[in-house]
Design a protein around this ligand. Structure first.
Ligand SMILES: *Cc1c(COP(=O)(O)O)cnc(C)c1O
Length: 495
């Protein structure tokens, strides 16, 4: 299986290892496979009997053909181990009737990013060997909180990789700060900076673009790499849990082989829902893909009108991982329905004017599979409360956006197919807002909110978030923005 850029009309020529190492194509496009491998009913039936790591290795083997099945199985077995994914990698939990919640947050940071970030560093580490790279990759991350922690957990103690995370000293919650400051692992470093998230992000971009820095690293056996969410190595593993969910539906007798189901995904960068679309293209019988947004409902508008327009207000919401105006992975969908020429044209327009409209026949194709809904802040809080009261299910803020969208869709259409709703974070990850929605009271602080939510709902704090205050703090350094490059060199012990 070879890969190419979404914007290029040249023949696919790159291996999976090459594109996982490179991340983004040189023309600014995203990497896509030359074809979509198929998943037959017989294969699905066989996967029903397998564990999650085996399901994952079998699906990944269809895309990463320059990795052996044994390599993939070894990596998936380590990544989705019971010790890091307590209670299973992607369990399906009944919400009510034929609505199921697919819980994607049982990993080491209690959020869905773990599903990809536990496996992708292992794929990268192997990609370095496969491409003859002799240097060590230095992953630099600027984070507003959650991605940094998930990346640290994913890359820790992985061969041939080091990771350094920068966060704004006053721009993350106390829980997030503690999570990062107490990070374990021999190849990790965390540094706060004086400034906001934009300062951290700009600082990292400046370092990435600094030729003298790159040369210094090169002389010392390092090169810069990123943990970016548009890397194919993060996307491919997300296909797996849709197949796995269908196997679990079949195993539970909730549908028969060949019956179709719907999925509803709380969406930010469009990675998660695009993985569901790929699963559908492979042959998984998904009918509708329901795209759920918060008040930043640019995707709802796009899926209803065919016009993507980022010239609009940006809102900070209680579901911050979906506070996004440019959903990068949408470019991959455009490529599959419209081809590379049109995709390049739309992306040029987006760059220049912040807006593009797809042609009517393309809009029709997209609408056949996708439908968009959104929940504003009041609807999100309301959904958390009513879901808990009616079904005894405690949903985080992102999951609540999806539950609201699924309810709207079912009310509008009376579609009775099984509905799989993605749950992308533990309610404890956003304990403050969940506590408030359920009890109508403010928590004492974001750290206290964990215990208070646990007491109020009689549920347990997941292991990644429990006992945070008593863990050993390893990283306390705060630097000025202009000193970030020096902090990197000091970490690597380069003069
Ligand atoms: C990243 C994230 C999302 C959005 O996923 P995309 O793949 O970017 O659409 C939703 N919820 C949570 C909790 C996340 O961390």
């Amino acid at each position: 299986m070879l890969y190419k850029s979404t914007r290029s009309q040249e023949k696919p020529s790159m291996s999976a290892a090459q594109i996982i190492k490179q991340g983004l194509a040189e023309d600014g496009g995203l990497f896509v496979p030359e074809s979509i491998p198929s998943l037959t009913q017989e294969e699905i039936q066989a996967l029903c009997k397998e564990t999650y790591p085996v399901r994952a290795a079998k699906i990944l083997a269809k895309f990463l053909t320059d990795y052996t099945y044994e390599e993939l199985l070894a990596d998936c077995t380590e990544a989705y181990d019971e010790k890091s994914f307590v209670g299973g990698a992607a369990p399906l939990v009944n919400l009510c009737g034929n609505c199921e919640v697919l819980e994607l947050w049982h990993g080491p940071t209690a959020a869905f990013k773990d599903m990809a970030l536990q496996i992708m560093p292992r794929l990268l580490s192997r990609a370095l060997v496969k491409t003859g790279e002799e240097r060590t990759a230095l992953i630099l991350v600027a984070t507003s909180g959650d991605t940094g922690k998930a990346a640290l957990e994913g890359y820790k103690d992985i061969d041939r990789v080091k990771i350094m995370v920068f966060y704004p000293v006053d721009g993350v919650s106390r829980v997030q700060k503690l999570q990062m400051a107490t990070q374990t692992g021999e190849n990790v470093n965390v540094c706060a900076i004086e400034g906001n998230f934009d300062d951290a992000q700009t600082g990292v971009k400046v370092i990435f673009g600094d030729e003298a820095m790159a040369q210094k690293l090169n002389e010392n056996g390092y090169f810069f790499s990123s943990a970016n969410s548009i890397n194919w190595g993060r996307l491919a593993p997300q296909i797996v849990y849709y197949v796995s969910a269908y196997c679990d539906l079949l195993n539970a007798g909730k549908c028969q082989l060949g019956d179709s189901f719907n999925v509803c995904v709380p969406t930010g960068n469009f990675g998660n829902i695009f993985a569901a679309y790929l699963a559908k293209l492979m042959g998984l019988p998904i009918d509708k893909l329901i795209c759920a947004s918060n008040s930043n409902n640019i995707l709802t508008d796009f899926l209803r009108t065919g016009t993507y327009d980022r010239n609009r207000d940006f809102y900070l919401t209680m579901s911050p991982s979906m506070d996004i105006l440019i959903s990068s992975n949408l470019e991959r969908l455009l490529y599959f329905v419209a081809g590379s020429e049109k995709t390049a044209e739309y992306m040029r327009a987006l760059n220049q004017t912040g807006c593009y409209s797809v042609a009517p026949e393309i809009f029709e194709k997209i609408s056949a599979d996708f439908i968009g809904y959104f929940a504003d802040e009041a609807a999100t809080a309301d959904t958390i409360r009513t879901t808990y009261q009616k079904h005894g299910y405690l949903a985080d803020t992102h999951t609540a956006v999806a539950i609201h969208a699924a309810e709207q869709y079912i009310t509008e259409t009376n579609d009775t197919r099984p509905m799989v709703i993605d749950s992308t974070a533990s309610p404890y990850k956003f304990a403050n807002n969940v506590y408030k929605a359920v009890t109508q009271k403010d928590a004492t602080s974001d750290l206290d909110a964990l215990d208070e939510l646990s007491a109020a709902t009689n549920t347990a704090i997941p292991y990644p978030l429990s006992g945070l205050a008593s863990r050993k703090v390893r990283f306390e350094r705060v630097v000025k923005r202009e000193d970030m490059a020096r902090a990197v060199l000091e970490y690597l012990d380069i003069q």
